[in-house]
Design a protein around this ligand. Structure first.
Ligand SMILES: NC(=O)c1ccc[n+]([C@@H]2O[C@H](COP(=O)([O-])OP(=O)(O)OC[C@H]3O[C@@H](n4cnc5c(N)ncnc54)[C@H](OP(=O)(O)O)[C@@H]3O)[C@@H](O)[C@H]2O)c1
Length: 278
């Protein structure tokens, strides 16, 4: 990142580390400071190189703060650390279910970008969607955008509710896709393939299809129809999906997940442990 003096990553669990790993590969590599309160986690993080680590948050002028702590600890975090933020400290929050306004109010900075990234960020294949209130300066938005693009793709939305929908599509997406991939693996092993062979087939089919959809630019249903010979094997499978209402189930699941994100947003920082996740 070009403009910030240092990147302060607060909370370095799955998502924080995914971001750090993305940043370590960036050119030029920014100065990174990880703030992590868990001693066990710090021991894991000490096996990585390229960043400083501390348990105490310190913010200098021009630092850019990334908040990747669990949402349920944010209230206590804000109470304890608010005095370290200025009204212009740039903050990128990846916490699910906490609105930009709630975070800005709790920390006393107007410069909050709210994003929802996802775990494929760990392998630089993340998908992040972010929102910023009109008061957020272009410099902060550019810094957040650049950071998120170092770990995958990212774009800004103009309405914050879309971050809740993206929480279902992108944040939870890797879980939903993995759930389906698992069904492919289960079927493969039930047919007699080894677990490794089943995994290889399932992963290559999902990865290959994603690349095909992206590179061909064709609508997914066109690619679906291209595989469906009339009265053939794929048509029989799709008919079974339709009979079971699979597409409706997927739509229902995504809507339920997005609804849950809105519920959590309305609960704000008062959410109880275990009630918020990615
Ligand atoms: N995982 C996902 O797929 C995903 C996707 C999108 C967004 N997110 C968001 O990303 C954030 C982190 O999720 P995660 O899955 O990475 O959670 P996680 O693995 O639990 O990591 C959070 C880390 O922050 C530490 N921490 C807690 N309070 C802290 C504080 N005051 N200062 C510094 N570190 C602190 C935790 O330590 P302790 O264990 O000791 O509490 C833990 O190591 C959450 O807000 C989540 O909503 C996650």
């Amino acid at each position: 990142m070009t403009n910030a003096a240092r990147l302060i990553i607060v909370g370095c669990g799955h998502m924080g580390l995914a971001i750090v790993r993305g940043l370590l590969g960036a050119t030029p590599r920014p100065e990174i400071v990880v703030v992590e309160t868990s001693a066990d986690r710090r021991a894991v993080l000490s096996t990585y190189e390229g960043f400083a680590m501390t348990s105490e948050l310190e913010i200098a002028d021009d630092d850019f703060v990334v908040l990747a702590v669990p949402p349920q600890v944010f209230g206590a975090f804000a109470d304890a650390e608010r005095h370290k933020f200025t009204p212009r400290t740039p903050v990128l929050s990846v916490m699910a279910g906490l609105t930009a306004h709630a975070i800005a109010t709790a920390l006393g900075t107007s410069q909050v970008v709210r994003a929802i990234p996802n775990t494929p960020s760990e392998v630089f294949e993340g998908m992040s969607v972010y929102f910023a209130e009109p008061a957020v300066e272009q410099r902060t938005i550019s810094q957040a955008d650049e950071l998120l693009r170092s770990i995958g793709k990212a774009f800004r939305v103009g309405a914050e509710e879309l971050v809740d929908d993206a929480t279902a599509i992108c944040g939870g997406g890797p879980a939903f896709v993995s759930y389906i991939v698992d069904a492919f693996c289960q079927f493969a092993t039930s047919c007699g393939f080894t677990e490794a062979a089943g995994r290889e087939m399932a992963v290559q089919v999902f990865g290959g299809t994603a690349t095909l959809i992206a590179e061909s630019g064709k609508p997914p249903m066109q690619l679906c129809r291209e595989v469906m010979t009339p009265n053939g094997t794929t048509e029989r499978g799709i008919a079974a999906f339709d009979a079971a209402g699979l597409k409706k189930s997927v739509l229902t699941a995504l809507a339920a997940s997005a609804h849950r994100s809105r519920e959590l947003a309305s609960m704000g920082a008062g959410a109880r442990p275990g009630e918020t996740d990615g």
